[in-house]
Design a binder for this molecule. Structure first.
Ligand SMILES: CC(C)(COP(=O)(O)OP(=O)(O)OC[C@H]1O[C@@H](n2cnc3c(N)ncnc32)[C@H](O)[C@@H]1OP(=O)(O)O)[C@@H](O)C(=O)NCCC(=O)NCCS
Length: 209
């Protein structure tokens, strides 16, 4: 797979915890930092790559970081995920790294992982897929990282000759709804309770590829 690099605005790192460091599996280009740039100006080069099969611990750390940070955005809680055995993460990592299966994209600056997203095959419908686990660290938001991660999943779906991609978006999260709408996703009209908080709801969105 071709690895893409996208230039984004330099983040306010004071907003975030230290980045999670991966070991660069499948990396074909190195990101580079550009400190002291003003917000709004061209900034850091962010690289997009797939999770590698040996990056089980990185996978777990990233997922837990996303669940802790964005509690009402996903269908499982940090508490539940944190106690899962390592065998769970090993199988999940296999499912997104073995050829022909699902995939996980990482946004990286050097060895720091800034965000991630899954491309998932729809078991019930062979020409459809889903976007899952979309997350960008707080210091890097509103800089185009989420849009670029989504584009990676869309490109993967097209390579797989999928006809459509679906997802469930938190109805209470305007950033997520706007991100997906800007990329062409439209509400299907389906809505359901968020599994981890029935007071909130998620809406189904879909795009034709
Ligand atoms: C949703 C999320 C992934 C967006 O990531 P991001 O890197 O900030 O998004 P981008 O900078 O690429 O923004 C792309 C577009 O999305 C929209 N958008 C993103 N954040 C927005 C916000 N806070 N308010 C309004 N629109 C927003 C804008 O249209 C934006 O384009 P623009 O900047 O040209 O106007 C990020 O906010 C996040 O991780 N949230 C917590 C986890 C989550 O909710 N995930 C979604 C689960 S379905």
């Amino acid at each position: 797979m071709a690895t893409r690099a996208v230039r984004v605005v330099t983040p306010n790192k004071a907003l975030d915890r230290p980045g999670i460091r991966g070991n660069g599996g499948n990396r074909s280009r190195a990101g580079r930092s550009a400190p002291n740039r003003e917000p709004g100006k061209a900034g850091d080069l962010v690289e997009f790559r797939r999770l590698a099969s040996h990056e089980v611990e990185l996978h777990r750390d990233l997922r837990l970081r996303a669940l802790r940070d964005a509690q009402d955005s996903f269908g499982e809680t940090f508490t539940d995920a944190a106690v899962r055995p390592i065998s769970y993460w090993e199988e999940l990592t296999r499912s997104v790294t073995e050829p022909g299966r699902d995939v996980m994209f990482l946004a990286c600056e050097g060895k720091d992982v800034l965000g991630s997203a899954y491309g998932l095959l729809d078991r019930a419908c062979s020409d459809s897929g889903r976007v899952g686990g979309m997350w960008v660290g707080r210091a890097w938001r509103r800089r185009g990282v989420g849009r670029a991660l989504l584009q990676e999943v869309i490109s993967w779906g097209r390579e797989r000759r999928l006809r459509r991609l679906g997802l469930w978006a938190p109805a209470h999260n305007p950033a997520a709804i706007a991100l997906y709408s800007r990329a062409g996703f439209r509400s299907t009209g389906d809505q359901r309770e968020l599994a981890t908080n029935p007071a909130l709801s998620i809406i189904a969105m879909e795009v034709e590829l």
